[in-house]
Write a protein that binds this ligand. Structure first.
Ligand SMILES: [Fe+2]
Ligand SMILES: [Fe+2]
Length: 474
């Protein structure tokens, strides 16, 4: 499964063997590059950035590191190795051979899922395009660009599937993936969250922690797909995706650490004093968590969904880590969902398990999110403070599903819209929070130096020191 870097499009799918497909993708390649130059990171295109590039799909030593100008990054097509005996791991088709071609009856569903996944990849690059100008350090600037080029490669992963398996309409969808833009009035990106600009680094860390993690769980579900090329491409994307969440996890941890340092230095936890000292107070961190966690929850879809049931039944989309379950049919079982009873209370409703697959995946996501919170809270506790950060209830501030439009407090208690309105600014980033965070966004460009609102990372990238010149700006 060596990757051929002699080719114009690096790949491990024997692209040279299929001239038609190769030509089609070589035609799309310059369009991708002009999208990158126009909609990708603003400026910095001529800067040397210390980036990793995939060179193999082996779990060990799959990447190489070196200075690259972003437009010269070798975006390519890398699928995990094929298992010729792979069978479908769940649903009504359980045990039948995995599909190497798209079954006609699933064509439009698979195309829609691939397009929806593919759309989020360039969307996030667009959302983050201005962040380079306010990076808190060269280390962070490099991480931003690493995430950006890999999201670009994830777009390639989906475009390859569209071109290789969906003929003409696949090629048209590939074009449109470059035509929709985040926040565009006429041609927005498909999912709401991906149309919000990410204009400060606290939001970037939250996005990579919470929203990229949604990506992880979507990819995990698709990595189980009976459509083998989709499964294999998602498996390799997950390898790259892990770093994006690392950026978020350690980024938030560093903001917290800096805040604690300032609290200690000043001998106070008064948010105003911490702000005046140029750091982010912990209650503000909590409000950003509330915002990004709740908006990422919406990406999993409705709690009860006949689409989700059909994806599972047909073998199109499994549960994350499907092999961990004993039973892969999920028949004759129910799942208890909570919903508002319309009279100010909450009631339970049993739905067939297959219909609850979105909720099953959301539940796994919530658990995964909690890991970081436990770690961050340990840091706070070690520093001698009582405050505990927490995830809000999954009912809080939802726009999709059972809880859409229902007002609750962060603990999930039902409240009136007026109560919500009155308390909103203590639960979600307020105008003043955003203004403060924005005021901290000033680029620090000297190697090893950090902005005053974020602690340095524990270590650098690829065994290099934190002071390494991760982006050559001069
Ligand atoms: Fe991605
Ligand atoms: Fe990502």
């Amino acid at each position: 499964m060596a990757i051929d870097y002699q080719e114009r499009i690096p790949n491990n799918v024997d692209l040279a063997e299929n001239r038609t497909l190769q030509r089609a993708l070589e035609h799309w390649q310059p369009e991708f590059l002009s999208w990158w130059k126009e909609m990708g990171p603003s400026d910095f295109l001529e800067r040397e950035v210390y980036l990793r590039t995939a060179v193999s799909v082996d779990a060990k030593g799959w990447a190489s590191y070196g200075y690259v100008q972003m437009p010269d990054y070798r975006w390519g097509i890398f699928l995990n190795e094929q298992d010729a005996n792979r069978t479908i791991g769940f649903g009504d088709e359980l045990g039948k051979p995995a599909w190497q071609q798209v079954p006609g009856e699933h064509r439009s569903t698979l195309r829609r899922l691939i397009v929806t996944q593919g759309d989020t990849e360039p969307a996030s690059v667009e959302q983050q395009r201005l962040l380079g100008h306010t990076a808190p350090s060269l280390y962070d600037l490099r991480n931003l660009f690493q995430v950006n080029v890999e999201e670009g490669r994830h777009l390639w992963a989906m475009v390859y599937l569209l071109h290789a398996y969906f003929g003409r309409d696949g090629r048209e969808e590939a074009e449109q993936l470059l035509e929709r833009h985040s926040g565009d009035r006429n041609k927005p990106r498909i999912l709401g969250t991906f149309n919000e600009p990410i204009s400060d680094w606290l939001s970037f860390f939250m996005f990579t922690y919470f929203t990229d993690r949604d990506g992880k769980f979507q990819l995990k579900s698709l990595a189980e797909s009976g459509f083998d090329p989709l499964a294999r491409t998602c498996q390799f994307m997950l390898t790259e995706e892990a770093h994006h969440m690392f950026v978020g996890d350690t980024g938030i941890a560093r903001v917290i650490r800096r805040s604690l340092e300032v609290m200690k230095e000043l001998g106070t936890d008064d948010p105003q004093k911490i702000r005046a000292h140029g750091a982010v107070d912990l209650p503000t961190v909590q409000r950003y968590i509330n915002f990004w966690f709740s908006s990422s929850l919406d990406l999993f879809g409705s709690e009860s969904s006949s689409n989700a049931a059909a994806y599972f039944a047909t073998g199109i989309k499994g549960r994350p880590d499907e092999t961990k379950y004993e039973d892969h049919l999920a028949l004759n079982q129910s799942y208890t969902l909570e919903r508002p009873d319309g009279q100010g209370g909450i009631t339970n409703e049993d739905v067939p398990l297959r219909n609850a697959m979105n909720e099953v995946t959301r539940g796994a996501y919530v658990k995964d999110c909690e890991i970081g919170l436990t770690r961050w809270n340990r840091t706070i506790q070690k520093a001698g403070y009582e405050l505990k950060l927490s995830l809000p209830s999954t009912r809080f501030r939802r726009n999709i599903g059972t809880w859409a439009g229902i007002t609750t407090d962060p603990a999930g208690k039902l409240i009136t819209a007026a109560e919500f309105e009155a308390k909103k600014d203590s639960w979600l980033p307020s105008e003043s929070d955003r203004t403060h965070v924005k005021s901290l966004m000033k680029a620090v460009t000297e190697p090893g130096k950090m902005a005053g609102w974020v602690a340095p990372p524990d270590r650098g990238i690829n065994n290099n020191p934190v002071e390494y010149e991760y982006v050559k700006l001069h």
